[in-house]
Design a protein around this ligand. Structure first.
Ligand code: NAP
Length: 275
């Protein structure tokens, strides 16, 4: 008899994550906790895949019948180029963080932006009709910018050091997107930090949240530490905050749902983040 918590058998199904490096990824803990909670005889493992080897890794997914593959840094662009078909999100972003099989085809998707909006919803925050400010224009920022516009944001202002990247990112929000600066905070309902500022031992505050209106919500994609310097500063101003763990859990939850067809056990997945 095989199942969650027992040794794998001939029936065990495999999913995993490719990245470089990947050994510190929290994804195996999050996905395996979900399989246990659902009673699925699945296992999720980390595959260290060096740069240049993504096409070979995806050929392996096909050949080995791997059920689902998460894709993390630095492979999201290479995976987008190597799959057979892209979802609308993955095509717009040029980045894939989730691969599943549809018969012989490998389908690339991007669950980062949807996962972020899901994490807001879990905290009772709806971006529809809201004026949003996003700090950063990298991969995570672009996913969030597009998702906020799709969720009905009234405006998505992008603040970034590199002006060219800021314009490219703002365009992902369509007519609602524009490049701006710190003066946008005074009229904002939602501020999102999508830069690495405040990560780990970095005590820097990504931006002074002081000018935000009293009703504004401040979200940080950085999840280590959970209480980032920006979130500490926002709470000191009396503002509501949303941490980055929720996005980490919900982007994984969307992957799990696509691969298994089952409703993701969010609480079990969230509890597994800290291991
Ligand atoms: P990325 O592609 O390298 O982009 C980083 C962005 O941050 C760039 O726009 C860069 O600006 C800006 N930036 C970097 N250092 C900065 C600084 N000192 N001051 C101001 N701006 C700075 O990174 P990413 O993949 O988008 O990830 C960004 C952050 O989001 C990381 O901390 C990552 O851990 C987090 N993240 C969290 C989740 C989650 O599930 N919670 C998911 C994905 C990412 P320039 O363009 O000017 O260089």
């Amino acid at each position: 008899m095989s199942g969650p918590g027992t040794d794998p058998s001939g029936e065990t199904r495999i999913a995993g994550v490719i990245g470089w490096p990947v050994r510190h990824s929290r994804s195996p803990a999050i996905h395996n906790a979900a399989y246990r909670a659902l009673g699925l005889d699945w296992r999720y493992v980390a595959f260290p895949v060096p740069p240049g080897a993504v096409p070979a890794a995806l050929a392996g997914v096909r050949a080995l019948g791997i059920e689902g593959l998460s894709v993390t840094m630095p492979h999201k662009g290479a995976a987008a180029a190597a799959v057979d078909r892209l979802s609308a999100d993955a095509a717009a972003l040029g980045a894939v963080n989730s691969v599943h099989r549809d018969g012989e085809l490998l389908i690339g998707d991007n669950t980062d932006g949807g996962g972020f909006v899901d994490s807001l919803a879990a905290e009772g925050v709806d971006p529809a009709g809201r004026r949003c400010v996003v700090l950063g224009a990298g991969g995570a920022a672009r996913a969030v910018i597009r998702a906020l516009a799709l969720a009905g944001a009234a405006e998505v202002v992008v603040i970034n050091r590199d002006a060219r990247r800021a314009s490219i990112a703002a365009a992902l929000a369509g007519p609602e997107g524009r490049v701006g600066d710190a003066t946008a905070l005074a009229g904002a309902d939602l501020l999102v930090n999508a830069t690495p500022v405040g990560m780990g031992d970095d005590a820097a505050v990504a931006i002074d949240p002081g000018p935000l209106p009293a009703h504004a919500v401040v979200a940080d994609l950085v999840y280590h530490p959970r209480q980032t310097p920006l979130l500490v500063a926002a709470e000191a101003c009396g503002l509501r905050t949303v941490g980055g763990i929720g996005m980490l859990v919900h982007q994984a939850a969307r992957q799990l749902e696509a691969w298994t067809g089952l409703a993701p056990p969010i609480d079990a997945m969230a509890a597994a983040v800290d291991g």
